[in-house]
Design a protein. Structure first.
Length: 405
């Protein structure tokens, strides 16, 4: 069995995720699509204290790029939206992997409420007819009549109807405007798809998802795999060990791990480089809380010894690192986290707090790398100045401030 060090396993993971080295060459719309295909999923979140998460995930891999390219790829039909790890942008060629969930959405939990659908059948039918007759629509196109305030759990009935029809696949997101979803009928958004012709057996699709998850992760323990697409309990025939026996996955041993890990055959060359110690992580990047590298807390601990929790849902008094702390990746390690806010009108990128991980040694090289990443990040936001309020090391804060604009 092929054996490799933990550092090499990290490098293999980052290489598969497009985070091993700094971005190369000029960003393009084609590279945006290639990056999403490489990850297989791009999670959506609306929090906007810095860039919204999907745009930030792409910046971490591509550097300076035009955010409207993501919106254009959705409108062009190269991407679609659906529930994967959570709400995600997905390559349109993977539509068939999710079609069974649309047809039978009962396993999607709160995302599909059969009782609400039955109780509000008239409202749902009105929305269906409205879009069929008048074309694509936003939730904002429907006036709220129940007197309640907006909010996640206080969606107006029309919004709930739109989301139910989205979850069941009758509607798709045709495009976004100011990040608001614009819904239209599936047959108008994705006319190339025909269930009778294109729908594959569900287990075949799930097998492909398992393989895609391992490929996207670069290297994976068996218990990491299902979470990537939130697949639940896997059928024994598509678990990693069974697929390895069929030659669809490679089995490897990582120093210090008591169970084997798995690598997709597409990464054979990367694996060989990792084993030989030739896969060197050189990038320093700021990551989104919803980046695939850190969205699985258990995996982040096992692979990077990085205990990460997004604290925006934690009461302010109980937060350790801030409302929207962003992991800092440097040369194959997660070395810290920063809580930031972009004040675009004032041209200031505010670092409310920056915490280095325990054991990270303060050095000029560390300061140089992180200052460069912060400067690039701030400039991408259109903020030319970086202000640091708090830092876990006063010495490191002084070093950074001497290097930042």
């Amino acid at each position: 069995m092929t054996s490799l060090s933990l550092a090499s396993a990290r490098a293999l993971h980052l290489a598969a995720q497009g985070l091993l080295a700094p971005p190369r060459g000029k960003a393009s719309k084609e590279k945006v699509l290639a990056s999403i295909r490489n990850m297989s999923v791009l999670q959506i979140d609306t929090i906007n204290v810095v860039a919204r998460s999907p745009y930030l995930v792409l910046w971490s891999r591509l550097g300076d790029y035009r955010q409207e390219w993501l919106d254009e790829l959705l409108a062009d039909g190269a991407l679609f939206e659906y529930w994967a790890h959570e709400a995600c942008f997905l390559p349109i060629e993977d539509y068939g992997l999710y079609r069974h969930q649309m047809i039978s959405p009962q396993g999607l939990g709160w995302k599909y409420n059969h009782k609400w659908l039955a109780d509000n059948a008239d409202s749902v039918e009105q929305i269906r007819k409205h879009i069929k007759q008048n074309g694509a629509a936003r939730s904002a196109d429907f006036e709220r009549k129940d007197g309640k305030a907006g909010g996640w759990w206080e969606w107006k009935p029309e919004k709930r109807s739109l989301e139910v029809l989205f979850t069941t696949g009758e509607l798709m997101v045709a495009r976004r405007h100011n990040f608001q979803r614009i819904y239209d009928l599936r047959e108008r958004v994705h006319p190339a798809w025909k269930d009778k012709r294109d729908l594959r057996p569900q287990l075949d699709g799930q097998r492909e998802q398992v393989l895609k998850a391992v490929r996207a992760l670069g290297i994976a323990k068996a218990n990491w795999i299902a979470d990537y697409f939130r697949m639940g309990k896997l059928d024994p025939s598509i678990q990693a060990a069974a697929l390895a026996e069929q030659g669809l996955l490679l089995t490897v041993q990582v120093d210090g791990w008591d169970k084997p890990a798995y690598v997709h055959p597409d990464h054979t060359d990367l694996l060989e480089m990792a084993v030989q110690g030739k896969l060197k992580a050189t990038a320093t990047r700021i990551l989104s809380p919803f980046d695939p590298v850190v969205w699985d807390r258990k995996r982040a601990i096992e692979l990077f010894d990085f205990d990460y929790k997004l604290e925006c849902y934690t009461p302010e008094a109980k937060r350790r690192y801030g409302y929207f702390s962003l992991p800092i990746l440097r040369k194959g390690l997660l070395v810290g986290r920063l809580d930031a806010k972009a004040h675009r009108k004032d041209g200031i990128f505010e670092v409310k707090s920056l915490h280095l991980e325990p054991g990270v040694r303060v050095s000029q090289a560390l300061a140089t790398d992180i200052a460069a990443a912060l400067t690039s990040f701030a400039q991408w936001h259109g903020t030319q100045q970086v202000h640091i309020q708090l830092c876990s090391s006063n010495e490191f804060k002084k070093m950074l401030m001497a290097l930042l604009p």
